[in-house]
Design a protein around this ligand. Structure first.
Ligand SMILES: C[S@@+](CC[C@H](N)C(=O)[O-])C[C@H]1O[C@@H](n2cnc3c(N)ncnc32)[C@H](O)[C@@H]1O
Length: 294
């Protein structure tokens, strides 16, 4: 177990024994679901987005020995990249709401022998971790999938000590498109947007993360965006298909699309994506970091 910053590593806290239900401070209206295909997508994401996150961490300048936290770590996320930077003398605490992802993440770090990483089940809206106690806090691709992102940002910022760093990697759906255009792509994406909006989820949150972190008290904010194109065979080329697959039951149940329409459009999308002449442009990712005032 990793010690909470400022406490000895061997101490066991009452909080560690709390039941999952105590963490449910906001309804878990998480957009992507946590079924097996999403778990597999997140496993691939560890490598797919690793270089972009590693470059961000190098720019932040994370030091050996730091105690850092990653909110919404999923089945692995960036835990290994943070662990490399803080080294064996530091610590990384990964938090996720899904017990299954927590289990997966524990396996991921154990498989790499990263004893400085601990993964705990918890709610990013209310982590119940000590305030102003971490040297740094990071979160990747959580805000674009949840309602009330400002609350999570405030919680995350409150965990970092004066002079510590705060970092975010967040998506914005603005450029995510294919060319030549495809009516089925457009229909599926519009339904996805409508569902998200109806559930208070902002698919364009990336562009305003700078504002949310500034309003939460973060200073010296730097923003470095990144965008990709996904060639045939790239893991993320079919990401719209994957997201619709995660959500299809809920889209039908809540009347956004019929199952028949989803099936037809997904087949058209699949065929379009298999055409090497089709260019798929990624989301726009906003990589942001800053410091807590001294
Ligand atoms: C898109 S995944 C990103 C995972 C990882 N950060 C990465 O970049 O690969 C979002 C993660 O946030 C988690 N999550 C969603 N809402 C949460 C909350 N309120 N508290 C903690 N984790 C949450 C989900 O369970 C999921 O693992």
């Amino acid at each position: 177990m990793i010690a909470e910053p400022g406490r000895p590593r061997t101490e066991v806290h009452a909080r560690d024994r709390r039941q999952d239900t105590e963490f449910a401070t906001v309804a878990d209206d998480y957009l992507l679901g946590r079924a097996q295909p999403e778990e597999q997508r997140l496993q691939r994401q560890i490598n797919d987005l690793g270089p972009d996150s590693a470059a961000q961490f190098d720019l932040i300048g994370i030091s050996p020995g730091e105690q850092v936290v990653d909110l919404g770590c999923g089945p692995g996320g960036v835990l290994h990249l943070l662990a490399e930077r803080v080294g064996p003398a530091g610590s990384v605490l990964g938090i996720d709401r899904s017990p299954h992802f927590v289990e997966q993440a524990r396996r991921f770090v154990a498989g790499r022998g990263l004893s400085q990483v601990e993964v705990r089940e918890g709610d990013a809206y209310d982590t119940r971790l000590p305030r102003s106690a971490f040297d740094g806090a990071h979160m990747r691709l959580v805000l674009v999938n949840v309602p009330e992102p400002e609350r999570i940002v405030r919680e995350m910022v409150s965990l970092v000590r004066p002079g510590g760093w705060v970092a975010s990697f967040e998506a914005d759906y603005l450029p995510h498109t294919c060319d030549p255009p495809l009516p089925a792509w457009h229909r599926l994406l519009e339904a996805y947007k409508a569902y998200s909006m109806a559930h208070g989820i902002d698919l364009f949150v990336g562009r305003r993360t700078h504002r949310m972190f500034r309003e939460a008290g973060v200073k010296d904010i730097c923003v470095v965006p990144v965008i990709h194109v996904y060639p045939p065979g790239h893991d993320r080329r079919p990401i719209l298909r994957d997201f619709i697959g995660n959500l299809s039951g809920r889209l039908v149940k809540e009347g956004f699309l019929t199952q028949r329409k989803i099936d037809e459009d997904m087949a058209a999308l699949e065929s379009h994506l298999s055409d090497p002449k089709v260019l798929v442009t990624s989301h726009l990712f906003y990589r942001l970091w800053g410091r807590m005032p001294l």
